[in-house]
Design a protein around this ligand. Structure first.
Ligand code: RB5
Length: 163
């Protein structure tokens, strides 16, 4: 698989470990940096990885920062990207099977490298479950992204959203 990887300084060590593990597993890695643990702003790295995924230059993206929150917020701004912040293997697998997540986000200050690598491997192994309700829902995400408005129930809570 072609995988784009990037992080900020807070996840530099984790990113280094992920890159070597992924290479050992035979994946082709595009490393968006950083190349040192010096401070770097996570939005720029997450944007570069997400754009590579959206453009089809790579099959998947993996981004990490201290919490994983910043990179996930940024990655999900790029149309075509479904970024999932996962710190356990159950969510990682489900994010592929149910949501067809194409970017994995990790927080290096939240979980240790051992678990992070297990989460990463579980995420890479899992496949999207096509042809049913999950595909319909992911299609709906794409429609919403394209500006197609509310459908079911007009997106309002029962009672029309009135107090
Ligand atoms: C950097 O200190 C930290 O803010 C960053 O790694 C990340 O956690 C942001 O969401």
């Amino acid at each position: 698989m072609r995988i784009a990887v990037g992080s900020d300084h807070a996840a530099y060590d984790l990113k280094t470990e992920m890159v070597s593990t992924l290479r050992e597993l035979g994946h082709k890695i595009v490393d968006f940096g950083p190349g040192s643990p010096d401070p770097v702003d996570y939005p720029d790295i997450a944007l570069a990885v997400a754009r590579a995924v959206a453009a089809g230059e790579v099959d998947r993206g993996v981004v990490a920062c201290g919490t994983g929150v910043g990179v996930s917020i940024v990655a999900n701004k790029v149309p075509g990207v479904r970024a999932a912040l996962c710190h356990d293997t159950f969510s990682a697998r489900a994010s592929r099977q149910h949501n067809d997540a194409n970017v994995l986000c990790l927080g290096a200050r939240v979980i240790g490298p051992g678990l992070a690598l297990e989460v990463l491997k579980a995420w890479l192994r899992a496949e999207f479950e096509r042809g049913g309700r999950h595909e319909r829902r992911v299609r709906r995400i794409t429609e919403i992204e394209a500006g197609l408005g509310p459908r079911q129930g007009d997106g309002r809570p029962e009672g029309g959203g009135r107090p």
